[in-house]
Design a protein around this ligand. Structure first.
Ligand code: HPA
Length: 274
């Protein structure tokens, strides 16, 4: 099992290393409706996931499915435009395949973005939340199974998954470019159902400020592999007691599209100093 998984990672890494023309140290994963960031990029190479050996393909509307090597905010970046979700039926090791190839590509920092439901009563639709910590409610973990000790420890320490250095930088830069930031705990769930009012309430009582169906497995895998992790949620609907919205996937995409430019502004401001 370990040999097979190592072989696949090596095959994918070697395909991409042979093909790439630039050597970014920063990777960015774009969440639902947040693909607008690619319009601010200078694109060097855009590769459909279907062309990359062993690469899974997202089936979700609003997720494009290409890997882009390019430049943004004066830095070389590798952008994943579209991600795989657990609710699509992929096993955790497939959902987190992108994070497993990053070290081999020379990536040191990963920026994760997502659309999420806000449960903190001070949040508004369109807010951007810096993820300071997470709660894993997937009922699964991408590190279950034999551990590749050459990649990371069997029992990873989780006291600082989200880099304090990058959170501090986010605050400095957000002030400079006039983007309002919220900060909070993201709770990751399998989906695909949005939450019932009772579930939103429970998650808020548990200490979460926003809920979504991605990011946590990716952050776990990236952290296990020694990458520095930074993550942002765009609040696309509210699950606040007394004002639970009737969220649909279309509403989420639309709200993410509207808030997207602020997220791009913040990321572009941070990139030169990451
Ligand atoms: N719940 C779960 N996932 C989400 C939500 C939500 O309210 N909004 C966007 N993704």
């Amino acid at each position: 099992m370990l040999e097979e998984s190592r072989r696949k990672i090596e095959e994918t890494v070697s395909y991409l290393n042979n093909r790439k023309h630039i050597s970014p140290k920063i990777a960015i994963v774009l969440g639902s409706g947040l693909g607008g960031l690619t319009q601010s990029m200078e694109i060097v190479d855009e590769i459909p996931y279907t062309e990359i050996p062993n690469f899974p393909v997202s089936t979700v509307k609003g997720h494009k499915g290409t890997m882009i090597f390019g430049r943004l905010g004066g830095r070389e970046v590798l952008v994943f435009n579209g991600r795989m979700h657990y609710y699509e039926g992929y096993p955790m090791n497939v959902v987190t395949f992108p994070q497993q190839i990053l070290k081999g590509l020379g990536i040191e920092i990963i920026i994760l973005s997502n659309a999420a439901g806000g449960m903190n009563p001070t949040f508004k639709v369109g807010d951007i939340m810096v993820i300071k910590d997470h709660i894993n409610m997937f009922g699964n973990n991408p590190l279950i199974g034999p551990n590749d000790d050459t990649s990371g420890p069997r029992f990873p320490n989780m006291s600082e998954v989200y880099s304090h250095r990058l959170i501090k930088l986010a605050y400095t830069k957000a002030k400079e470019v006039n983007v309002h930031l919220q900060e909070g705990v993201y709770i990751g769930v399998s989906g695909p159902c949005f939450e019932t009012p009772a579930e939103y309430r429970m998650f808020h009582i548990m200490g979460a400020d926003a809920v979504g169906m991605s990011t946590v497995p990716e952050a776990i895998m990236a952290h296990h592999r020694g990458l520095e992790v930074f993550a942002l949620s765009v609040i696309t609907d509210l699950g606040v007691v007394g004002q639970v919205m009737e969220a649909s996937h279309e509403d989420v995409l639309q709200a993410a599209n509207t808030a997207g430019p602020n997220m791009v502004k913040l990321i572009c401001a941070m990139l030169p100093e990451m």
